[in-house]
Design a protein around this ligand. Structure first.
Ligand SMILES: Cc1cc2nc3c(=O)[nH]c(=O)nc-3n(C[C@H](O)[C@H](O)[C@H](O)COP(=O)(O)OP(=O)(O)OC[C@H]3O[C@@H](n4cnc5c(N)ncnc54)[C@H](O)[C@@H]3O)c2cc1C
Length: 582
């Protein structure tokens, strides 16, 4: 059975020594009390609950899955109790505004906790995750009255939330949505239509479920410009704020899935349900994107959590398992170079991705709360650039590392009771929802590279180059990293230019380019980690960081050149190939 120990030392190292999280308390008055000691104290506390109470629900959740009978959905054993403990202890409201029963702590802390939660049980983590997403969407755009009615209860987790976007014919193409919203004449709307794949759409863990629904008014234009957003509660709140009459909506079915079986994925039917508009009419897509950008970062953290779970279980297994003798005569499989190769790839990816994720989260805090507008602007540029990188890299890596964990376990990895095959199954969805990773690559190439005349990638190139000094003792990192940055910059220019005349070239190149960007980013992270580890008191820790960096720089960073080599490859015949001839 896969087990989980929260990597609190590593978390502290990245936050404190690599990224200087103390900056949040120093620079942002609202976070004056969120010192590194306080943040890490809270991480330790969350870790205890997550290891002790949530991790044990992971396997049972996968084995039992969710069930539906007469429209009522049952979640796996232990989930309701875990949800109650997690929400009542205040872990869901960490970074929500104090105005609505939140604790006003940094977003960075909330993401660290969500990483741990996603390691312990990623399917369970979706119940709090979607609720936080629903809170963010309402908070950004709703009237005070709607905020007062819903936010305090979503913040504490007393009520849970959903995001109702997808329809059978409207997946990546959100603008094809057909769900109708007809004005009732009293300020409310009547919502009619079917949504599919709705996470946490129906269950009884909370006394109410708040659906955030994308729908179209009768006289709105077709496409994304004609969509509006609505808050549609399962039970319509009474004047005193308690749940009242049952609304006209129900779960018509639940999906049977490859993984995240403990998360109920519902087909939702709205049969004239009463809803209230959030934000202006026809601005639904912008409202959704407020939430979706943060949700994409959250999904990246779910991937990071699964990377960590795969890595630590594979290491533990390889230390114990004896098979044959390595060249040094030792029998444990961790002594075989090929097993070390897999474990180091897992460590290099997970630890490097953690710096990418935490840095992005810190930029979210700076972009929202820093008193200096110029700092907020720079931070926002980083958030824009990093969002598709975090989402795609951490989730693709989770699938890759889930598969590598199985490989490390050998045939035992394929056997359910060891629990690592669950990681590979649970992780795949992360590459698909909140915009597939192909869509993330399009976002990077078509939007993020172009924004503000290419200012976003330029910030990245400048930041990395600032730390490159080829003559320094770290030349073994800085020289190859410098070459990767140069080549990435040249490919970036090529894509920006070619997109204007040949968007198909950019379309073919986007995923490889995105991965090359992420590997270069991780090269920078490894440079920073090696520098920070130099003064670490634990010699074993220093050695591990050095060896893992050497692995990354020697064996993973060179992939950047192969990946970028594909960017300029011809596409004419690929585009012209008739679908029938595939
Ligand atoms: C378990 C689960 C939970 C989910 N939870 C929710 C939820 O809570 N709320 C919700 O609203 N939705 C949810 N979804 C839906 C999810 O967000 C969609 O499945 C996803 O957006 C992809 O849409 P699709 O499945 O229709 O795939 P399609 O859009 O049909 O995509 C198929 C393929 O075509 C590619 N593609 C499509 N358009 C483009 C393009 N423009 N450029 C390049 N490539 C393209 C995609 O990358 C993909 O490879 C969930 C899905 C699942 C499976």
């Amino acid at each position: 059975m896969a087990t989980y120990q929260a990597p609190t030392r590593e978390i502290g190292f990245v936050l404190n020594d690599v990224l200087g999280v103390g900056r949040l308390a120093k620079d942002i008055p609202a976070f004056a009390e969120a010192t590194p000691d306080m943040l890490l104290g809270l991480v330790d506390e969350a870790a205890k609950l997550i290891e002790g109470q949530i991790a044990p629900t992971n396997h049972v959740g996968d084995a039992q899955g969710c069930k539906i009978k007469d429209g009522n959905v049952t979640v796996p054993e232990g989930f309701a109790q875990a949800y109650k403990m997690y929400s009542e202890a205040g872990w869901m409201s960490l970074c929500n505004t104090t105005e609505y029963d939140g604790q006003g702590l940094p977003y960075t802390l909330a993401k660290v906790v969500e990483e741990m939660l996603a390691s312990a049980n990623v399917a369970f983590s979706l119940y709090p995750g979607l609720t936080i997403g629903c809170f963010e969407a309402i908070y950004a755009n709703a009237t005070d009255q709607i905020k007062q009615t819903y936010l305090p209860k979503l913040s504490t987790g007393q009520w849970s939330g959903t995001m109702c976007i997808t329809e059978s014919h409207a997946g990546s193409d959100v603008g094809a949505a057909k769900t109708k919203a007809t004005p009732n004449g009293d300020g409310s709307y009547s919502i009619e239509g079917g949504k599919i794949f709705i996470t946490s759409g129906e269950h009884t863990m909370t006394e109410n479920i708040i659906h955030f629904v994308l729908a179209r008014l009768p006289d709105s234009p077709p496409g994304v410009r004609g969509l509006s957003t609505f808050v549609v509660p399962k039970f319509i709140p009474k004047a005193d704020g308690t749940p009242g009459e049952r609304n006209k909506l129900h779960a018509a079915n639940i999906e049977h899935k490859m993984g995240i079986n403990g998360s109920c994925t519902c087909v939702m039917q709205f049969d004239g349900a009463q809803g209230w508009m959030v934000g202006e009419r026809d601005t639904g897509i912008q409202n959704m994107f407020v939430m979706m950008n943060l949700a994409r970062i959250l999904v990246g953290f779910q991937g990071l959590g699964q990377c960590e779970l795969a890595t630590q279980n594979a290491i533990r297994y390889a230390i114990d398992r004896k098979q044959g003798k390595a060249f040094n005569g030792k029998p444990e499989i961790i002594e075989h170079p090929d097993v070390r190769r897999m474990l180091l790839q897992m460590k290099a990816t997970t630890e490097g991705a953690r710096v990418l994720g935490y840095e992005t989260a810190m930029y979210v805090d700076l972009s929202h709360h820093h008193p200096d507008a110029a700092v907020r602007e720079v931070a926002q540029d980083w958030v824009e650039l990093n969002t598709p990188l975090v989402k795609a890299f951490c989730t693709d890596s989770a699938v890759e590392l889930g598969s590598l964990a199985i490989q490390v376990y050998g045939g035992h990895g394929f056997i359910t009771e060891h629990g690592v095959e669950q990681i590979a199954r649970d992780s795949k969805i992360l590459c698909l929802y909140e915009g597939t990773n192909g869509i993330q690559a399009m976002d990077l190439v078509r939007r993020k590279l172009m924004m503000h005349n290419g200012r976003l990638p330029q910030r990245f190139f400048a930041a990395v180059r600032k730390e490159l000094n080829a003559d320094a003792p770290l030349g073994w990192i800085t020289r190859p990293l410098g070459r990767a940055v140069d080549e990435l910059e040249s490919a970036t220019q090529f894509l920006i230019e070619s997109f204007k005349t040949s968007p198909d070239t950019a379309g073919f190149a986007a995923v490889d380019y995105q991965r090359a960007f992420c590997l270069t980013y991780l090269g920078w992270n490894w440079l920073r980690m090696v520098k920070a580890a130099a003064s670490h008191p634990d010699e074993g820790f220093r050695k591990a960081k050095h060896a893992t960096a050497e692995f990354f720089i020697g064996r993973m960073l060179p992939q950047v050149h192969a990946l970028l080599g594909t960017v300029r490859a011809p596409t004419e015949s690929l585009v012209e190939l008739d679908a029938a001839n595939f």
